[in-house]
Design a protein around this ligand. Structure first.
Ligand SMILES: *Cc1c(COP(=O)(O)O)cnc(C)c1O
Length: 337
């Protein structure tokens, strides 16, 4: 399917110019261990080193910079499982605005604290992202705040797409890109950038079995709701929005495949990142490595790029995973020490 998609390569190139100097251009490094495992060069885009610890600063910064001064003065608002909230809080403050972030009770405490520390107003509402979103809608309606959603927005998706441009600069021969997927802003942006420049590149989305909203929606041919469950990859939680305008169509048209992982596989990815690459990454950031380790990426016939999307994991959870416990959410007692 071709036709015009809601985000184009020129939107992404414009985003790259706009956010340049305001976000980090993160390193891209070779993984000796994964290259050996796969028999092809495997590179890691270390986007978890991004300011605020995840790629979401790219989209949030692009979106805030595209607001009028009058909109910026009213303030921005979003529902977020954490990383978008941190990103929007940071971006708003950097550009002289204020962010209000609405979250469900499933969001880990460390993420809530960090968003407060970035100067945002935090509101904890309901037990799902959908309930948090209803609060956002009310603040837009009644208080005139400007919504900057976590993924389903052209400026946000274009901002995430700047990662795709950087991967092509650092690994021009890339044949396969492994990208985490939740709402699909990252995957859609990266796919839109890379497919425009190098259409034969495979873009494979990776997500968790527990509540794979984009996968279920692509299978159904339209956005569907899925039940939210706790996962090590908590940043991949939440739906894609039944009224999805941007990311569903792009993922449908441009993603070559979506791979699903269980909790043990995600934990193995986090352990590999720590032990072999010496990187602390959150579950969502580990899914690309995890998919390779699980042998779920088929037909590898050229260089592979993996996006490590974030590092904002509760360190007690990370410690338990490193120590071999794959599902710390079901454990009532904290890890000793
Ligand atoms: C948000 C997020 C994702 C998923 O991004 P989408 O644009 O929602 O698909 C992946 N990894 C991390 C660390 C995230 O914060």
């Amino acid at each position: 399917m071709t036709g015009s998609l809601p985000v184009t390569i020129s939107d992404i190139e414009a985003a790259a110019r706009r956010i340049s100097g305001r976000i980090l251009r993160t390193p891209f490094v070779n993984s000796a261990s994964l290259s050996k495992l796969c028999g092809v060069p495997v590179g890691l885009k270390l986007e978890h080193h991004q300011t605020t610890g995840a790629f979401k600063l790219r989209g949030a910064t692009n979106a805030v910079l595209m607001l009028t001064p009058e909109e910026r003065a009213r303030g921005v608002v979003a529902a977020s499982t954490g990383n978008h909230g941190r990103a929007l809080a940071h971006a708003a403050k950097a550009e002289g605005s204020v962010a209000t972030i609405c979250m469900s009770r499933l969001v880990p405490q460390n993420k809530i604290d960090e968003i407060r520390n970035l100067g945002a107003h935090v509101r904890i509402v309901g037990k799902s992202q959908d309930e948090a979103q209803q609060d956002v809608d009310r603040l837009v309606r009644e208080d005139g705040l400007v919504m900057v959603p976590p993924f389903d927005h052209p400026a946000v998706t274009a901002g995430q797409g700047t990662l795709g441009l950087e991967i092509l600069e650092d690994m021009p021969e890339v044949a396969t890109v492994l990208v985490p997927v939740s709402g699909g802003g990252l995957a859609a942006g990266v796919a839109a950038a890379i497919k425009a420049r190098k259409p034969q590149t495979r873009i494979i989305g990776i997500t968790m079995e527990r509540g794979a909203a984009m996968k279920a929606s692509l299978d159904a041919g339209a956005p569907v709701m899925v039940e939210e469950c706790p996962s090590l990859a908590d940043s991949l939680g939440g739906g894609i929005g039944l009224d999805n305008q941007v990311t569903f169509a792009i993922c449908r048209d441009l993603l070559d495949d979506i791979i699903l992982l269980n909790e043990d596989e995600i934990a193995a990815g986090m352990r590999h990142a720590y032990a072999e690459e010496r990187e602390i990454i959150e579950g969502a950031g580990a899914v690309g490595i995890a998919a390779l380790l699980a042998g779920k990426v088929k037909k590898i016939d050229g260089s592979v790029a993996i996006i490590l999307s974030g590092r904002n994991v509760d360190m007690a959870v990370h410690r338990r995973v490193i120590n071999g416990q794959n599902d710390p959410w079901t454990e009532a007692a904290p890890w000793p020490g």
